[in-house]
Design a protein around this ligand. Sequence first.
Ligand code: NAD
Length: 489
Amino acid sequence: MKQFHNIINGKRIVSRSGETIVSVNPATEQAITRFPKGTAQDVRAAIDAAEKAYETWKDVPPPKRGQILLRAAQLLRKDKLAMGRLVTMEMGKVLAEGLGDVQESIDMLEYIAGEGRRLFGHTTTSELPDKMAMTVRAPVGVMGLITPWNFPTAIPIWKLAPCLVCGNTAVFKPASDTPLCGLRMVELLEKAGLPSGVVNFVTGSGSTVGAEIVKNKRISGISFTGSREVGDFVIRNAGVKKVGLELGGKNGIIVMDDANMDLAVDGIIFGAYGTTGQRCTATSRVIVHRKVRQRLERMLVARIKKLRLGNGLRPSTDVGPLINQAAVDKVHEYTHIGQEDGAKLVIGGSKAKVNGKGYFYKPTLFTNVTPDMRIAQEEMFGPTLSMIEAKNLDLAVDAMNSVTYGLSAAIYTNDVRTAMLAVRDIEAGLVYVNSSTIGSEVHLPFGGVKQTGNGAREGGIEGINEFSETKTVYIDYSGRLQKAQIDTD
Ligand code: NAD
């Protein structure tokens, strides 16, 4: 099995710990590669390199930084199939979604490459004569990037691309379940011409490598995507740093009685069981109008029965494995909790193997769920959908908003007034009308409200804010001392 290393200042470095972590194919349980189990000292060496590289990288003109990203996009496009297959092997999602993960990375690299020629600020007036005022963007400094495993190329690139175009350098720690995909993204940037030391790559546990990145005072900003629990640790331990948090979700789809039911079923199946429910925007609740509840249940069960579990590399597979055994156990635990709380298990609810292997779980549907039940409140990150009945739109929106998360939501209706009221009243960072809870595009802001984050957005122009500081510039060409707020007449 191949052993990879950390990348510090462009060099492949063996971790001081001498220990390793192993990346495993969740469909076959076969080990893929070995990576270092990094230490706090490794992180500090990576920060040294990032600080040194920052001295020159911050002064490279942003369009030139953008050109490197564009070259990376072109290289990745050529390598898309191989990378997509690697995503499927290391993370488990079906190949179409593995390729989608890579396409999202290409899209983001291309979009942010163009940002090198924008990075707009504002120009505005001054209250004093012969004085001008504007804002420019400045880099944050050395940034710590910490990512989860569920989008193993796209989430690293969602962070790396804007981080780099804004002139920051980085210490990047991928999730321990998908280090090879993370490494490939760093190698891609190197091949595209990124100077040594600008991105430094350290693998290892969250509690050691991640915690050092979070706490180290020489890191000026953290961009973290992951669970709420770890997000909470990050915000409490980062100290005075710029922190962007993208955390979990408990996303729902409302189906009204006038909805196109076939369309709604397509969206629910894709949202709930696509990526085996392991998207932060996955649909884990369907809130259905009382009049169409039975019909929706029948339609969903018919479709769920047809979903085929298997290795994501096989074209016949609809639903791949969960990421690891702990995820299977967690999802199964919630099946018990749902039953104990009085929900009705309609289909699924059991662990599975394919050819005797893999971390599979059967697509699961609960009905008779009330909004306060734990299965309707807590993120499971698996292929389990809870159906909640509502009498009208107001109660459906109340149920939607009853969770502490606020990432993504959708409504299926053919009534424009119903749709607009839902868009207005739903508490979420993303709202879809007549489409599932998943499917973000790179040029639009992405992120959530409530405990899904701390207000940061990635993607779109707002994504640039996470990786830059605003510098306000006043230029006084009056030739005399002018006092704002004092020279009022
Ligand atoms: P996780 O929080 O367990 O881990 C995320 C990353 O944090 C990993 O790299 C991990 O090693 C690291 N980490 C763990 N402990 C740490 C610590 N003490 N200090 C610093 N870093 C630490 O999450 P996960 O299981 O990898 O991913 C699933 C979660 O991510 C779900 O909750 C999902 O909703 C969320 N997610 C959110 C978004 C979003 O944009 N909102 C996108 C994808 C995933």
